[in-house]
Design a protein around this ligand. Structure first.
Ligand SMILES: [Zn+2]
Length: 436
């Protein structure tokens, strides 16, 4: 770290909370809806306008701003050792159709505010600090996936009736579909990635804790469960002679809920949901002959997910026998759990201690760019509370106090990691100095 500023001053450094909240409301005004929410769909004029505003703030902070082929905008605050791997932070500015102003945007602007604070105080960390605005987080995650070398190169994969072809979308925000693979980052160019995000769930608020130490991003399994009974007349078929697929399905729903509610090893991380159901023939006077339903299960541990499936299969076999139906379960989707890096987790915990902010460990049950970036560098995440646990809604809200506290934690986490990761150049420089 630069010796322009004494280390005690650095320890006491705080971000400019008023400026952060002003940036939040300035970006929140772009794509504002009459209902009070915001709509900045990826690749829309509003998305581009938001990015351009953030780009101006980055440039005014002495950051160099570049846009890679996947449309990721990267603001870079140079460190003392320009060839050192970057300490990166950031999130996304695109939103769902009826969003609040915090999801994603908060992580980007807190990163910009961290850079502005360092700039104000003439502090130059050893490592460059990068603030990344990932492209299209909400729908395709093309930005973070391309950066990790995991993006589909099939343009049809990104097709959606309400979006332009991906080629046009990317070029509208400064990317280039034909060069997509060039967005892949060399793992040597990044030391770590820390994402600050609103929790989007009710856990922190319910516990009264201002900070979440994210333990990992849960794995997700999705299945299609099909139950075959026998469709017959609802009046003439006696109760004892029925093979009612919906009665069996109802028991499966209860079994899923029971298995999901078990507290496992104390983390209470697992969740299990039947979210969609299709009956046939789905008429009032016919016993349901077939039910198709979804099952979504999430947990940080693959072992626990495996155990949940085994237990459910046993219960389903018993339900099938008892209801004289046939029950089949078919995997549809599998996303692996992504643990966070323990050094980064510990650094965040120590910073919370120093700042006297009670922190709570919890997993992230939603997807974030951080889980993709974890495949190319060390990753950590910080959560701040979401009022009522609400997100992806115009009523999404996080108090200014929590927003400011989160940004201060991000600032000091990055400064701590700046000391944790040693730069090859710095080691060479120290050797040279000691010889003189
Ligand atoms: Zn988000």
């Amino acid at each position: 770290m630069s010796n322009i500023v004494a280390s005690t001053q650095v320890d006491a450094l705080l971000i400019n909370g008023q400026r952060l909240m002003q940036m939040m409301s300035d970006v929140g005004a772009i794509g504002a809806l009459p209902s009070g929410g915001v709509r900045r769909l990826a690749f829309s004029p509003e998305d581009r306008e938001g990015r351009q505003l953030v780009q101006r703030w980055m440039a005014a902070t002495g950051m160099t701003v570049s846009i890679d082929a996947a449309g990721n905008m990267i603001g870079r605050y140079e460190g003392r050792f320009p060839h050192a791997p970057a300490l990166a932070t950031g999130s996304h500015l695109d939103t769902v159709p009826n969003a609040g102003i915090y999801d994603g945007t908060y992580g980007v602007l807190a990163g910009v505010e961290v850079a502005r604070t360092l700039h104000d105080h003439g502090i130059r960390p050893d490592h460059p600090i990068e603030v990344i605005v990932f492209a299209d987080e909400e729908r395709t995650m093309i930005g973070s996936k391309a950066m990790a070398g995991k993006a589909s190169l099939d343009a049809n994969f990104y097709d959606h009736p309400h979006y332009e072809p991906i080629e046009m979308g990317l070029s509208f925000i400064g990317g280039d579909w034909t060069q997509l693979t060039s967005a892949q980052r060399d793992t040597d160019s990044l030391a770590a990635f820390v994402e600050l995000h609103v929790e989007q769930g009710p856990v922190l608020e319910a516990a009264g804790n201002p900070v979440g130490l994210v333990t990992g991003i849960v794995g997700q399994r999705r299945y299609l469960i099909t139950i075959d009974g026998s469709a017959s007349h609802a009046g003439t078929t006696p109760m004892t002679m029925r093979q009612d697929a919906l009665v069996a399905a109802s028991q499966v729903v209860l079994a899923v809920n029971r298995i999901g509610t078990k507290t496992g090893d104390g983390y209470g991380e697992q969740v299990a949901t039947v979210g969609a159901m299709k009956l046939s023939p789905n008429v009032a006077n016919t016993i349901p002959g077939r039910v198709e339903m979804t099952l979504d299960m999430r947990d940080l541990s693959n072992q626990r997910l495996d155990a949940m499936v085994v237990e459910l299969e046993q219960e389903m076999a018993a339900i099938a026998t008892q209801t004289e139906t046939q029950i089949h379960i078919k995997p549809q989707l599998r996303n692996e759990p992504v643990p966070v890096n323990s050094h980064i987790y510990n650094a965040i915990a120590q910073v919370c201690d120093t700042l006297n902010l009670p922190a709570q460990s919890l997993p992230s049950r939603a997807s974030h760019d951080a889980q993709i970036i974890a495949s190319i560098t060390d990753m950590g995440m910080i959560f701040v509370p979401s009022q009522g646990g609400i997100s992806h809604s115009e009523t999404e809200y996080t108090t200014p106090e929590h927003c400011i506290q989160g940004a201060n934690i991000l600032l000091h986490t990055l400064l701590k990691l700046d000391q944790h990761y040693r730069c090859p150049e710095e080691i060479t420089a120290l050797r040279t100095e000691s010889k003189v």
